[in-house]
Ligand binder design. Structure first.
Ligand SMILES: C[S@@+](CC[C@H](N)C(=O)[O-])C[C@H]1O[C@@H](n2cnc3c(N)ncnc32)[C@H](O)[C@@H]1O
Length: 217
């Protein structure tokens, strides 16, 4: 949501990206079909910072992909804490698994392959931080399931809530399939849902594609 010049400036005056994450980012660009899905440097540093501020005992991530955001958030865990990260795509198991090992955080990471909508209800634990970053059509469902597992005072971060600005004109038809349109509708519906939700307070941060920080009252 910021122009390239500003993004470069932000990069220059923020902490450096760690070498392993840079390697993960590069490999994601080369070896995956949708490399744009990876959080990347600025958002990764943001997630790490938020996690270090909260010092969560447990984190839930919905949408692991290649593991970038998971590794960044796991750095803020308390001793004995866990990141449960879920991805429906079994091809991610080897990719993300390799980087979880290389990060030295493997013991703190519980990586599950499957549908988050089925796995979350089975989790017998509570979370202090949840990152929602899977398919956009189901954001409200992920959110409601996550709320059940979130401690009072806990936080949900929802990614892509500005959806490249398409939230401003959700009725606009896309030139390709109507898949993108469904995703826009999903994000717009999610933003309205959170706006109305009296159980939480919230603020949208225009980093990368927009992240809502939501706190459970
Ligand atoms: C945007 S990517 C996640 C990016 C990652 N969090 C990062 O920042 O680097 C979305 C991921 O969600 C996964 N996904 C989609 N639907 C899912 C579902 N129902 N349950 C679990 N994972 C799902 C996809 O396979 C994909 O890898």
């Amino acid at each position: 949501m910021v122009n390239k010049e500003i993004e470069d400036y932000m990069d220059e005056y923020s902490s450096k990206e760690d070498k392993l994450l840079h390697q993960l980012y590069r490999e994601t660009q080369i070896k995956t079909y949708y490399p744009r899905m990876v959080s990347g440097k600025q958002q990764g540093l943001f997630l790490e910072m938020i996690s270090r501020m909260i010092k969560p005992l447990n984190i839930l991530e919905i949408g692991t992909f290649t593991g970038y955001s998971g590794i960044q958030m796991a750095k803020g865990l308390q001793d004995g804490g866990k990141l449960v990260t879920i991805d429906i795509n079994e091809e991610m198991e080897t990719f993300a698994g390799k980087y979880f090992k290389l990060s030295g955080l493997q013991d703190k990471i519980d990586f599950r392959i499957g549908n988050a909508l089925e796995i979350i209800p089975q989790l017998d634990m509570k979370f202090d931080l949840v990152f929602i970053d899977a398919d956009k059509e189901q954001y409200i469902d992920y959110y409601e399931l996550a709320m059940e597992k979130l401690n009072t005072g806990g936080f949900i971060l929802a990614d892509n809530v500005l959806w490249s600005g398409k939230v401003l004109h959700p009725e606009k038809k896309t030139s390709k399939s109507n898949k993108a349109d469904k995703e826009t509708k999903g994000i717009v519906a999610f933003n309205k849902h959170v706006k109305k939700d009296k159980r939480v307070e919230k603020v949208i941060i225009p980093i990368r594609d927009g992240v809502t920080i939501i706190r459970k009252l």
